[in-house]
Design a protein around this ligand. Structure first.
Ligand code: ADP
Length: 485
């Protein structure tokens, strides 16, 4: 499909009652192509009244959807997996256009994102419970699982498809209805997904999509309505804290996938080929715009210079350009504000004495490009050593001992992902336990898998997405006390 036909196939309205609809205000906002700075297309801009309409719909069908046979829910999810997979090229191009990542990475996200639909179609028919005889013999204990009810998903712009399917898949499998508030930078992918779901037979009202420039009031309206029972959020820790406080009003169930500051440890006994390959993936995949991205690359001093030189050579060879061009190895940053925050972190570090090994500047001209960068010699207090970079900047710090490495790695309020490279089995076992993170990669630069639980500890979040754990986030546990049998 060419770009015009593709954009014409994306709903321009809110997705409500199984169809595209204008906002009650008639307002729209423009979605921008970050590689050019130009408008791709306008979409409807939801208001709080639109949010209430979506929740009316989600509540009206909640009971019926919860009572739908698990096999029927499973087959709708499986059909959605097939439909997304059949349109993989369209979804990939759409993500490249609205988010900027290079096409091979967009294709990778389509495969990964669609897999949540297949995985949870398989989980839908395996929701279990348990029974037991009361120890005193006074009765039977029956434990059943029930859908939590209407849910709100708030998604970020960095993985426009997968961050949606990772929430929609388990919610629909569990029998919940869902309203998605996609990131304002990338609403198109979620709107196209909603249309695909309608095409494969998802009943109207079960899934709604509300693009908006006014996230706080739209989300606030939904969270203060007692009919909403759950909010699942992926985004920054700062916004997550606001949402957790708001969730207290109605004691909502919450799942929080928040920021990270993943340490990436390379030991003297590492296989440097693997470590450099791993760093390229953990740091440069998705332009570094991932909460699991290697934020602090900690390298033992015996191999620091060798590792840094090899990584620098690889990073310097990356061609920056629009994601749809075959020669591009890295696309633009999502927007000017985000690029500015990356540039500020690098500029401050350099002013304080850090050394730029390659890159270090934004690219002039149209679009929001930033050179892939390697810096080292970072002073102790540099902000870049504490804050989430969320861009293609590899910040390298040396260490001498394993103790020092663990202390540096854990010295953060975050606890999402951690990576380490060593060929020493004993060290690997120690580190896997000692690193304070919800996910640990051993000699691997990519860890996400729909069949594994994704989630953080400390200020990186609450709950798990994916795996057999993921569906639990959308289920309540009910105890039914029965008389003795
Ligand atoms: P990022 O830094 O990646 O943009 P954010 O946490 O700001 O991460 O955004 C993630 C999602 O949260 C987006 O969909 C955004 O619109 C939404 N969001 C941002 N601020 C708020 C807020 N105050 N209330 C509700 N949603 C918000």
């Amino acid at each position: 499909m060419n770009v015009t036909d593709l954009l014409n196939s994306v709903p321009t309205g809110l997705w409500l009652h199984g169809a595209s609809a204008p906002s009650e205000s008639g307002r729209t906002f423009d979605v921008i192509n970050p590689a050019t700075g130009e408008t791709l297309m306008p979409v409807a801009n939801a208001t709080p009244a639109d949010a209430t309409a979506a929740l009316d719909a989600a509540s009206a069908v909640a009971e019926e959807w919860a009572a739908t046979a698990p096999r029927v829910r499973a087959e709708i999810l499986r059909a959605a997996f097939d439909a997304v997979t059949a349109r993989a090229d369209d979804f990939a191009l759409l993500m490249t256009l609205e988010m900027g990542k290079i096409l091979p990475e967009s294709r990778g996200e389509v495969a990964y994102g669609a897999e949540f639909l297949r995985w949870f179609s398989e989980e839908a028919v395996r929701i279990g419970g348990r029974t037991a005889t009361a120890p005193a013999g006074t009765g039977e204990i029956a434990v059943v699982k029930e859908p939590v009810g209407p849910c709100l998903a708030i998604t970020p712009w960095n993985f426009p498809l997968a961050m949606g399917t990772r929430k929609i898949g388990p919610a629909l499998a569990a029998g919940c209805t869902m309203i998605v508030k996609p990131a304002e930078d990338t609403p198109l992918t979620m709107l196209l997904l909603a249309r695909v779901f309608a095409d494969v037979g998802l009943p109207p009202g079960v899934l709604s999509v509300l693009p908006t420039l006014d996230a706080p009031t739209v989300v606030g309206r939904l969270m203060d309505d007692a009919r909403l029972r759950k909010v699942s959020f992926t985004g920054s820790t700062g916004v997550g804290k606001i949402l957790l406080a708001r969730a207290a009003n109605n004691v909502l169930r919450t799942s929080m996938e928040l920021g990270g500051s993943a340490p990436f440890l390379v030991f003297d006994d590492a296989d440097l080929d693997k470590a450099v390959d791993g760093a390229m993936l953990a740091k440069m995949r998705n332009g570094g715009e991932a909460c699991t991205a290697a934020n602090r690359i900690l390298v033992q001093n015996g191999v620091r210079e060798a590792f840094t030189a090899r990584l620098t050579e690889r990073v310097a060879a990356m061609r920056v350009g629009p994601g749809w061009e075959a020669e591009s190895a890295i696309g633009p940053i999502i927007n000017a504000r985000q690029r500015g925050s990356i540039a500020a972190l690098v500029d401050e570090a350099v002013a304080a004495g850090a050394t730029v090994r390659t890159g270090g500047s934004q690219v002039d001209g149209a679009g929001f490009f930033y050179e892939p960068t390697v810096i080292d010699g970072l002073p102790d207090g540099a902000r870049i050593r504490r804050e989430e970079i969320f861009g293609p900047v590899a910040a390298i710090v040396g260490f001498d001992t394993e103790e020092e490495a663990v202390a540096l790695a854990n010295d953060t309020e975050y606890g999402l992902a951690a990576y380490f490279f060593t060929e020493n089995v004993g060290r690997a076992q120690r580190l896997a336990r000692r690193l304070q993170a919800g996910m640990v990669g051993v000699n691997r630069g990519v860890i996400s898998d729909p069949a594994a639980p994704f989630g953080g500890i400390k200020q990186s979040g609450l709950g798990s997405e994916g795996g057999s754990e993921g569906i639990e986030e959308y289920l309540n546990t009910k105890y039914i006390a029965l008389p003795p049998g």
